[in-house]
Design a protein around this ligand. Structure first.
Ligand code: C2O
Length: 540
């Protein structure tokens, strides 16, 4: 293993899409940003220098950051922001993971343009557990916003109403041919394939607020990995991918030479939510195709295609081989039940919202961001920054998803953490609620991978549902969807000391408060303890 050095300059860059230009925040002037490569067990050093007029942090989404929480990146959780003109060196080792992840800004809504791929290759001489592809390609799905996303969310917070949606989806930064903009014919990503060859697509959803379907005309994918964990290979025409998730899929150029349409479009089966309805398009072409040949078309599944989404999700199983066993915790030290959903809070200044505003909560607690980083507060024993009294267990026999929705829609505010002893086993059942309206929530946990042992629609039944859990080969990931009006159960081992954020990866829900954090104590030995903070750690 070796040390890899990267320099990330956070700079503004004038960029044109959908016929209009605006300055966007980028790393090294690139949108999407540069790909970070490492081999398993490599140490990665990224010097991030902030040249813009806004605070910045970068999160290495899905990297476990074993004992190196100082490099995780979420603002006010593990670090204070990097101020304009300042820099910070992120320093971490990639252990026990290989595949695709993503890096992104983790402050306000800056990640709309500040993101890129992380590619972790297996150790030297360790082959992939699937046929070796001839080529590898990164495919980043995202959004294009005509307005500044910081302005979009600030206006929404002032009014108390839901923010706007994006103006187009993008494939590797390009929207493709969208109906409202004939000008975007040049903004099409083109993917060249050579007949007969096999490609590994490293697909990433970097969008702020939407789960996406991804599909290519006349071609099938073989999914081999998600969130940098190998899965049992399976074939599918459509990939479902939530913000923060990654999927590696093999694609064989086994069709007639020609051009084929690639599409990315929203999946949202909650009826009342406004979404960006535009399908992003790209073109796959065989390199020996004539420029004039027509494109074979395809249409994405409808936006509310729950069945297509479920088929994909239920096909995901850990590889669980000798070399890559699924070590699912079989006994549980902490059995937690978290409701995730929306709510209402008073807001006297919210004119458009009639004196109230939409919020979101976990177990009815709307998380309040501290003004000092929680990890610093914990490490240096600073009082008054957080309380370690997150409520772990609301009643589990309750009609959370029914109409009318349960009792009160008003949440309480707090910076509450849940404390875990080092190396305990944890189960969390995340239950969506119908308060205001049911909606899906791609929930992300920092610092760990977890196993998705069960999921279903309706209310979780603590008597019957655990009997159906998959404790043999459940998929292992860092971000999973809690279905609209349903629940998902996950398990993990708290073997990483520090403060670890858990939140919905729809940025709008995170902003509204659908977030909390775990505090994991040190173990007994030096190797079970958080490393000391680096000298250049930003101060608040
Ligand atoms: Cu990808 Cu806390 O985020």
């Amino acid at each position: 293993c070796r040390v890899r050095h990267y320099k990330f300059h956070v700079v503004q860059k004038n960029t044109t899409r959908l016929c209009s230009s605006k300055p966007i925040v980028t790393v090294n002037g690139k949108f999407p940003g540069p790909t970070l490569y490492a081999k398993e067990d490599d140490t990665v050093l990224v010097k991030v220098r902030n040249h813009i007029n806004h605070n910045v942090t970068i999160h290495w989404h899905g990297v476990k950051q074993l004992r190196t929480g100082w490099s995780d990146g979420p603002a006010y959780i593990t670090q204070c922001p990097i101020l304009p003109g300042q820099s910070y060196l992120y320093n971490f080792t990639v252990t026990g993971q290989r595949g695709t992840l993503l890096w992104h800004a983790h402050i306000n809504w800056l990640r709309s343009t500040l993101h890129g791929a992380i590619v972790i290759l297996p150790k030297r001489d360790v082959p992939y557990p699937f046929p070796k592809p001839d080529k590898e390609l990164v495919v980043i799905l995202g959004e294009w916003w005509k307005s500044d996303t910081e302005v979009v969310i600030n206006e929404a917070l002032k009014s108390g109403l839901a923010p706007n949606v994006s103006d187009a989806h993008t494939i590797n930064g390009l929207p493709g041919i969208v109906s409202l903009a004939n000008c975007s014919t040049q903004d099409v990503y083109k993917l060249p394939l050579e007949s007969g060859k096999t490609y590994l697509l490293r697909i990433i959803n970097a969008a702020l607020n939407e789960e996406l379907f991804f599909k290519i005309a006349s071609h099938e994918f073989t999914v081999v990995e998600v969130d940098a964990s190998y899965v049992k290979p399976f074939k599918t025409e459509t990939i479902l991918i939530a913000p923060g998730q990654t999927t590696n899929a093999l694609l064989t150029a086994d069709q007639k030479s020609g051009k084929y349409l690639i599409v990315a479009s929203t999946f949202m089966d909650a009826p009342v939510v406004a979404v960006d309805n535009l399908t992003a398009t790209a073109t796959l072409y065989y390199t020996d195709t004539l420029a004039s040949s027509p494109t074979v078309l395809t249409t994405p599944p409808p936006r509310n295609a729950t069945q297509v989404a479920n088929n994909f999700t239920l096909s995901l199983k850990s590889l669980n081989s000798k070399m890559y066993p699924a070590n699912v915790p079989l006994t549980i030290d902490h059995s937690l039940f978290f409701t995730v959903g929306l709510g209402i809070n008073p807001c006297p200044s919210c004119k458009a919202g009639n004196g109230s505003r939409v919020v979101a909560a976990v177990n009815n607690v709307t998380f309040v961001m501290p003004t000092t980083a929680l990890l610093q507060a914990h490490y240096f024993n600073m009082k008054g920054v957080f309380t370690a009294d997150f409520p772990p267990n609301p009643p589990q026999v309750y009609n959370y998803t029914g109409t009318p929705p349960p009792a009160s829609s008003q949440t309480t505010n707090g910076t509450k953490l849940y404390r875990l002893a080092f190396n305990s086993t944890v189960q969390i059942v995340l239950q969506d609620t119908g308060i205001i309206a049911p909606e899906s929530h791609p929930v992300h946990l920092h610092g760990f991978n977890f196993f998705v042992v069960g999921t279903d629609v309706g209310n979780y039944d603590p008597k019957k549902d655990p009997k159906k859990f998959n404790l043999v080969d459940p998929v292992e990931r860092n971000t999973m969807g809690v279905p609209t009006g349903g629940w998902t159960a996950i398990r993990f081992r708290s073997d990483n000391p520090g403060v670890w954020f858990l939140h919905c990866h729809f940025e709008v829900h995170t902003t509204w408060g659908l977030k909390m954090a775990f505090l994991v104590d040190n173990g007994k030995g030096h190797k079970e303890s958080l490393v000391p903070p680096p000298k250049d750690l930003p101060k608040c």
